[in-house]
Design a protein around this ligand. Structure first.
Ligand SMILES: Nc1ncnc2c1ncn2[C@@H]1O[C@H](COP(=O)(O)OP(=O)(O)OP(=O)(O)O)[C@@H](O)[C@H]1O
Ligand SMILES: [Mg+2]
Length: 385
């Protein structure tokens, strides 16, 4: 057999000239096939210079991928699986290594290796990017083969947030260029990265051969996770308080009418991120766009200020007065009717509390009721519809 990409994202993935490409979304979208097919095409182009590494977090999870790779590679240059070395060997000299990478220390073992392609399967299974990033240093080719990092993933999993922030939030197929300064000669170059969304509809090969795949998927996880897997929706947050959250809760920007009640909610953080959310309560049923009516009483989060460095869980270390100033700057011309904060900001520890310092700087809060107790149709006084 000879493998060919299906039209759409699979083809975009194997044709992308970008250094770093993440192919993520629906389960069964054809991501693993695309990664294997990509390496077969890479071997056809670069022959003996093609040296690939494919990693996952657990060795056992590599088995089905190896089985599928045997089929694809047998018809693509006649590669054979060498079990003892855990790699595919092509008669022309190309190699593809299958390895597992459980933690940061495992990544150190690859120092000094050279690859022309690194594939990370199930990127969202890595809780942080450190081990994966280390592998990028292995991408080099003295023989001039085009080097690239390729990853596949589904929404959900311990790495959902950093993967989403780094690759997905920029939008489908957007190419992000990150500048790097060469410390030796001061020149600046760019490494580019791109996200390609996987949708089940783009894998007709699977839907035709296995019509029961979707019903089986529907039985395999929480309703939210299944929706994420079917639609490739990255806004699903496992374990989130509001677990009905999805793209449907996001509305296009509109001017908030002046007579709506405005609220401000605050969660303090210094070494960890702080979060300020501004909300408006819909005064009467309101048409916010074609076919979209916001019901009376609904809350719309119209602004946020999240004090994060960009690295997950790391705060920007602003003091209470600086956060208060930032809040006042953002609220110029607005009247905030209700302002609540995590009650812990009022606890005193020798000096004035965070809440007191912010009050002196002109920003008042009252302690929120943050007990997470569901009452008939209400969540601690918050309604979710
Ligand atoms: N181009 C193709 N030609 C033939 N079969 C394909 C092709 N692309 C995908 N398939 C088949 O579709 C099925 C699902 O594809 P694949 O395993 O690559 O999906 P996936 O997105 O990696 O799934 P998961 O999210 O579960 O990891 C597999 O049986 C695969 O062989
Ligand atoms: Mg896969």
């Amino acid at each position: 057999m000879s493998w060919t990409p299906q039209p759409g994202p699979q083809r975009a993935f194997v044709n992308s000239p970008v250094f770093e490409v993440v192919y993520g979304g629906a389960r069964g979208g054809g991501k693993t096939d695309a990664a294997l097919g990509d390496f077969a095409l890479h071997v056809a182009r670069f022959g003996a210079a093609a040296k690939g590494l494919l990693v996952r977090r657990q060795r056992v999870a590599l088995e089905p991928t190896i089985a599928r790779a045997r089929q694809i590679f047998a018809g693509a240059g006649g590669a054979k699986w060498a079990e003892a070395r855990s790699r595919f060997e092509w008669p022309c000299g190309a190699r593809l290594y299958f390895r597992y990478l459980d933690n940061d220390a495992d990544a150190d073992l690859y120092q000094g290796h050279d690859y022309t392609r690194v594939y990370v399967e199930e990127l969202t299974q890595f809780p942080n990017p450190a081990p994966v990033d280390k592998l990028k240093a292995t991408l080099r080719s003295a023989a001039g083969a085009h080097c690239g990092f390729r990853a596949t993933c589904n929404p959900g999993g311990p790495g959902h947030n950093w993967v989403k922030a780094r690759y997905i939030d920029a939008g489908a197929e957007a190419i992000i260029a990150e500048p790097f300064r060469n410390p030796f000669d001061g020149t600046v170059s760019e490494l580019k990265r791109q996200f390609i969304p996987a949708k089940l509809a783009d894998n007709p090969a699977l839907l035709k051969n296995d019509p029961n795949y979707i019903p089986r998927l529907q039985q395999s996880g929480s309703a939210d996770l299944v929706r994420a897997w079917l639609e490739g929706d990255w806004n699903v947050i496992q374990g989130a308080f509001f677990d009905g959250w999805s793209n449907r809760n996001i509305v296009a920007p509109f001017a908030v009418p002046h007579d709506w009640l405005r609220l401000r909610a605050f969660d303090w953080g210094y070494a960890a991120p702080f979060s300020v959310g501004w909300w408006a309560q819909v005064a009467d049923d309101y048409r916010a766009g074609p076919g979209l009516i916001l019901p009376r009483g609904a809350l719309v989060r119209y602004r946020e200020w999240y004090g994060c460095t960009g690295r997950p869980g790391e705060g920007v270390r602003l003091d209470a007065e600086a956060v208060a100033r930032g809040i006042l700057q953002r609220e110029v011309g607005e009247t905030i009717g209700v302002a609540v904060a995590d009650p812990s900001i009022f606890s005193q520890d020798g000096g004035p509390s965070i809440g007191e310092r912010m009050r002196r700087a002109g920003v008042r809060f009252r302690p929120a009721d943050n007990t997470r107790v569901g009452k008939a149709g209400a969540l601690s006084g918050w309604y979710w519809c």
